[in-house]
Design a protein around this ligand. Structure first.
Ligand code: DC
Length: 219
């Protein structure tokens, strides 16, 4: 089969990264988590005391993705592995704001397009099908109810040892959706040619299978 790129978009905690990792492994493709890039820049923004000059912030930043057989994608920020800090509450609470800034998007989108040039990439995010990879061979828009997304994120947090309550997660997810969908630049929206996949009540295996079927249908 010809090398393809797959764009996977959708709101916060819809299961995109879990599914993208599975699909990438099944098809021997590389998974790129674009949210992690925005999270890494947010981490730096917080470390630097929340400067408002985002142009200067990204101009002084190097961001690299590397891959570890066990851990998967690692994010190197200015040469340091910051992967383990990216899901912390403080980062999660500020990331939508930082990701709405034009210099930040410009910086991240350029890197993402560079990574996808070689093809064979499964990329998840908010604007992959609409802005980053408008020519992706397959575009999927994944959704799930807020309740289910909060529940999944809760399990995820438990595994990572991060404290949270269901109510808090529901509120945060709804707020982040609202912010991501209504920002001026590259808001979260379904690409016209994306397939909508509602994952509410479905297992990881079922959703993975559905996407593999969509890939098969491309041929
Ligand atoms: O997928 P995630 O929860 O790690 O994403 C974190 C934030 O980054 C999300 O709230 C919005 C932003 N984001 C974005 O604006 N564009 C992307 N392609 C990926 C993430």
């Amino acid at each position: 089969m010809e090398r393809i790129n797959i764009a996977l978009d959708g709101p916060a905690a819809a299961g995109k990264s879990t599914i993208a990792k599975r699909v990438a492994a099944e098809l021997s493709m590389i998974y790129v988590d674009t949210g992690a890039m925005y999270r890494a820049i947010t981490y730096k923004y917080l470390q630097q005391g929340q400067p408002e000059d985002f142009e200067a912030l990204v101009n002084e930043t190097t961001l690299e993705l590397t891959y570890d057989g066990e851990k998967g994608q690692l994010v190197l920020l200015d040469g340091n592995d910051v992967t383990d800090y990216l899901r912390e509450n403080d980062v999660t609470q500020h990331v939508s704001y930082v990701a709405s800034k034009e210099p930040v998007r410009h910086f991240a989108v350029n890197k993402q397009q560079e990574l996808a040039r070689q093809k064979g990439i499964v990329m998840d995010g908010r604007d992959i099908g609409t802005v980053v990879l408008p020519d992706a061979e397959l575009k999927v828009y994944m959704i799930a109810s807020v309740e289910e997304r909060a529940h999944r994120r809760q399990l995820d947090n438990e595994e990572r040892g991060i404290e949270s309550t269901l109510e808090q997660l529901k509120r945060e997810i709804a707020e982040r959706d609202e912010y991501d969908m209504n920002r001026d630049i590259s808001p979260l929206q379904k690409a016209e040619d994306a397939v909508t996949l509602d994952t509410t009540g479905k297992s990881i295996e079922e959703v993975t299978e559905e996407i593999l079927q969509l890939v098969n249908d491309l041929q």
